[in-house]
Design a protein around this ligand. Structure first.
Ligand SMILES: Nc1ncnc2c1ncn2[C@@H]1O[C@H](COP(=O)(O)OP(=O)(O)OP(=O)(O)O)[C@@H](O)[C@H]1O
Length: 909
């Protein structure tokens, strides 16, 4: 039987294995002994011990029913099994915590009177059996096959609990060609109802090895695996028969307590070592899988882990039920079970649906198997098989086993590689996600950059536009001044022409006057002649009168014509020149007004800037003030500190001085005392000598000797005292010296620290001053720049105003003096002079364009030349200004008119 074999087809996403905890209620014994419960279920997912809180997929309280556990853990797996998944449920925990109670339940044989859902004692295995048959029963007319196997793993030996043998021999584990674990000779019994399964469960349970331990008389020391395999026949859309296979392994593990505590000895200890070997290996496997560090997973180190390989980190849907006791006596085990279960939560499986096998393929496989068996039977019956020596046979078997082992190892390596690949795949996916995120960030950044670029280009265009407009205005200003000059020249010429015209008129009048005079003289001569000749007087008078009348008429007509011509000339000149001057004036006024408003705006802006600068200056001055206040405070503190330090020093000096004075005084006293002592000694010597010399007093020798001895003793004592005092004084002096040195050192340190503080203050002050200076320089520069700008603007305004004033004055002069005065007829005569040709400025009437027109023009030009990198707009008035020829025409008309007038005058002459 293969526990794990089936090639896989549909892969579900990788998922953590499910881990739940079931807390058993306190037993009667425990209640009687008043054992304390040391674990509490905080919520549906949390359990609290004395030390720690643990989180699981689900926590079942002591009063949870069997059905509660089944509904949450196994029921969803039945649906998965029928869909073709392999599922495994482990019960893990200390002996006596309810593993068997959870997996098998009170009585493995369910009563047929009660529905399995209502049976209180039934564990997961009988419920799963009933559930599977219920589910199959709900399916419409399907062919199915349900098989059951039940094995026990005891002392690292696999035994078939459904074997007919009384004491079944251990079974071998093999890895088949697909790398799955295969248990040779394990019975898989086909069942047709849930009752069949209950029977087999009961049969197997009887066979289960049990052993007594000190902890629980009924506890099982073996692991059991109860497997229900379901094959369902399906017909594909193409009409082909396929077989869908799914199975559920229900595992009841041996108790997880340690050997020492169990108190087992000798053979039992060996058993426990083996049992623990499986559990220890299971623990290591769980640890390595949970750590996800791609270490070798030691599935092969125990039979239990080999059998359950696929359920841990494989393709199976797995759930671990950790059973714990609430009793304080089991606290350590409970804690270790919870830690173990917690670790297992990190194991990830990739559940995969078993591949559906076609009927043809199955028949083919079975046919091959039958053929093989037939051949073996035939060979055994006829003796035609291959006979080899036993040793060779064993060698061959060993070789096969070794090869199989190598193969298995290779398969394991392959599996590991696959795992690594899948891990790498996960990492790759993560990296791709990260890369995508980075790319998204980059895209966002790109968008921001693009926006910034667009803004920049817009700003560039605006800048160019502003340059264009300002250049244009500058250019127009120059042009205007030039035009004004030309106009001035023209006006001058016009005035000289006016003079000439006046002269012409004067000449005309003079000629007329002369003519009149001559006519009058001639008339007088004629009348004289008529008077002389009386006969002809009447006739001659008539002739003369008519001639005079004619002449008068002629003269009048000439006068009228001339005055008309002058009037017309005057009117023409006035209207044309005035119109053109008006136009220029209006345009210039507009231009000036616009400029003035622009300049006003600039001045306002400058004013605002200056205000802002002044504000900034105010802030800076405030900062300066606060800095200087701080500096003052700092200085003050520093001065007071220096003062305190100097006071301290002077105190120390004073004390030192006093001490020195005291010392000197003591020394002086000592010296005086020494002198006195010396004198006393001398006196005594003198007395002794005197005594020595006197015989009378020899009697008192002894007494004197005694006195001398006393005195000598006193002297020596005095000397000793003096020595002691001098030693003390020396010591005192040394200590004073060291004290003085210390004071001096302190003083020098104080001075140096004061110097440092001073330097620091100076530095800070300098820095502050530098900062303030640089700020004020900046501010001053900016203010000066702003003032300079505004001055320039004011100058420009002044220049414009002066120019316009000059223009106005010139025009006034032209109108008031040159034209109006010179037009009055002069009573002098002369020859009509030749007329001077006027050199008028071509576009004397041109004004400046409004800003919006300029901007529009700039945009047109810019859009045309946008491709050209070195694009530069031509702002010459030839290219941008429209021709406004009214003024030119008027002046040309005027000159034409003058010419015609000249001609008419000539004809008159
Ligand atoms: N949730 C529970 N409710 C009621 N009784 C329980 C529960 N869990 C366990 N018990 C009782 O505790 C005793 C021990 O339980 P059980 O035999 O299932 O423990 P075990 O973990 O399987 O022990 P072993 O490892 O020795 O097989 C039994 O009498 C069982 O009925």
């Amino acid at each position: 039987m293969s526990l794990t074999g089936q090639s896989k087809k549909r892969i579900s996403p990788t998922q953590n294995i499910k881990v739940v905890v079931r807390v058993r209620p306190l037993s009667k014994d425990e209640i009687e002994k008043k054992v304390r419960a040391v674990v509490s279920c905080v919520s549906l997912k949390e359990i609290q011990t004395k030390e720690k809180k643990y989180h699981f997929d689900r926590v079942f309280q002591p009063d949870s029913s069997q059905m509660d556990v089944y509904s949450y853990v196994v029921a969803p797996m039945i649906t998965d099994v029928l869909e073709g998944y392999n599922c495994t449920v482990f019960a893990y925990g200390q002996t006596g915590t309810g593993k068997t109670h959870t997996m098998t339940g009170g009585d493995p044989t369910l009563s047929s009177n009660v529905h399995w859902k209502n049976d209180e004692l039934a564990g997961c295995i009988p419920r799963a059996a009933a559930n599977i048959f219920d589910e199959i029963g709900l399916m419409d007319a399907v062919d199915f096959n349900v098989r059951v196997s039940f094995l026990e793993l005891y002392n690292e030996e696999v035994r078939d609990l459904l074997s007919e043998e009384e004491r079944p021999s251990p079974l071998n584990l093999f890895n088949d060609s697909k790398g799955s674990v295969y248990i040779q000779g394990l019975n898989e019994i086909t069942v047709f109802s849930s009752q069949d399964i209950y029977g087999l469960l009961q049969k197997g349970t009887h066979k289960r090895q049990t052993a007594s331990t000190l902890m629980n008389n009924h506890s099982s020391r073996s692991h059991t695996v109860f497997t229900i395999t379901v094959h369902i026949r399906e017909v594909t859309l193409t009409g082909e028969d396929v077989l869908k296979t799914g199975k559920v392994n229900l595992v009841d593990l041996a108790g997880s307590e340690n050997i020492a505590k169990s108190g087992a000895k000798d053979k039992r200890a060996q058993e426990l070592a083996n049992i623990n070997r499986s559990l220890l290996t299971l623990g290591r496997v769980i640890q390595i899988l949970a750590e996800k560090n791609n270490k070798h997973v030691p599935y092969r180190d125990s039979k239990l882990t080999r059998i359950l390989q696929d359920s841990l980190g494989g393709n199976t849907k797995t759930c671990i039920i950790a059973t714990v006791s609430p009793s304080s006596s089991s606290y350590e085990e409970t804690q270790s079970t919870l830690e173990y279960a917690c670790r297992a939560r990190d194991i990830r499986n990739t559940p995969t649906v078993n591949e559906k096998v076609t009927k043809t393929q199955m028949i083919k496989d079975m046919g091959h198997e039958i053929e093989k068996l037939k051949r073996d039977l035939e060979a055994a019956r006829t003796g035609t098989g291959v006979y080899i020596d036993k040793e060779n046979w064993e060698q061959l078997n060993t070789d096969i086993q070794a090869t199989n082992y190598t193969l298995t190892l290779k398969n394991e390596v392959i599996e590991e590689m696959k795992k690594k690949v899948s891990d790498l795949e996960i990492i790759r996916e993560k990296k791709i996600k990260e890369f995508d995120q980075v790319m998204n960030v980059c895209k966002t950044k790109d968008k921001i950059i693009d926006k910034a670029k667009t803004m920049l280009s817009k700003m560039n265009v605006n800048l160019k536009q502003e340059q264009y407009v300002s250049e244009y205005y500058a250019h127009t200003a120059t042009e205007t001044s030039m035009k004004a000059k030309e106009l001035f020249e023209t006006t001058k010429k016009l005035s000289s022409n006016q003079d000439i015209l006046q002269k012409k008129l004067e000449n005309q009048y003079y000629n007329n006057y002369t003519n009149e005079k001559i006519i009058k003289e001639k008339g007088n001569t004629l009348s004289q002649n008529i008077a002389a000749s009386l006969n002809e007087e009447e006739v001659l008078r008539n002739i003369t009168t008519s001639s005079l009348n004619n002449l008068k008429l002629n003269l009048d007509s000439i006068k009228i014509a001339q005055s008309d011509a002058v009037q017309a000339l005057k009117l023409n000149f006035e209207s044309d020149t005035m119109t053109s001057i008006d136009k220029i004036f209006t345009k210039n006024t507009d231009f000036i007004t616009e400029k003035v408003s622009g300049i006003n705006t600039s001045v306002e802006e400058s004013q605002k800037k200056i205000d802002a600068m002044l504000g900034f200056v105010d802030v800076q001055s405030e900062t300066c003030k606060s800095v200087s206040t701080k500096f003052k405070t700092y200085n003050h503190t520093y001065a007071s500190q220096v003062r305190t330090a100097s006071d301290l020093l002077s105190n120390i000096y004073k004390r030192l001085k006093e001490q020195r004075q005291n010392e000197e005084k003591v020394l002086q006293d000592l010296e005086r005392f020494t002198d006195i002592t010396k004198n006393r000694i001398q006196e005594l010597d003198f007395i002794i000598n005197a005594v020595d010399n006197s015989n009378v007093l020899k009697e008192t020798d002894n007494c004197l000797d005694e006195q001398r001895a006393d005195i000598e003793q006193g002297i020596s004592e005095i000397q000793r005292t003096t020595n002691v005092i001098s030693d003390k004084l020396k010591e005192n002096r040394i200590s004073l010296d060291s004290h003085r040195d210390g004071c001096l050192k302190f003083e020098s340190e104080l001075i140096s620290s004061c110097e440092e503080i001073k330097e620091h203050i100076v530095k800070v002050e300098k820095n502050n001053l530098d900062v303030i200076q640089s700020h004020s320089i900046d501010v001053t520069t900016k203010v000066e720049e702003a003032i300079r700008d505004s001055n320039i603007l004011m100058e420009q305004i002044d220049t414009h105003l002066t120019t316009s004033e000059t223009l106005l004055k010139n025009m006034d002069n032209i109108i008031n003096q040159d034209i109006m005065t010179n037009i009055i007829p002069v009573k002098r005569g002369g020859d009509t002079p030749k007329q001077n040709a006027l050199n008028l400025p071509k576009r004397v009437g041109e004004g400046t364009l409004p800003r919006d027109v300029l901007v529009k023009r700039f945009k047109e030009e810019f859009s045309k030349n946008v491709e050209n990198e070195s694009f530069h707009l031509n702002i010459s008035t030839d290219s941008i200004l429209p021709l406004e020829d009214d003024s030119i025409n008027s002046i040309e008309d005027h000159s034409r008119h003058s010419e015609s007038l000249n001609c008419s005058n000539k004809s008159h002459n």
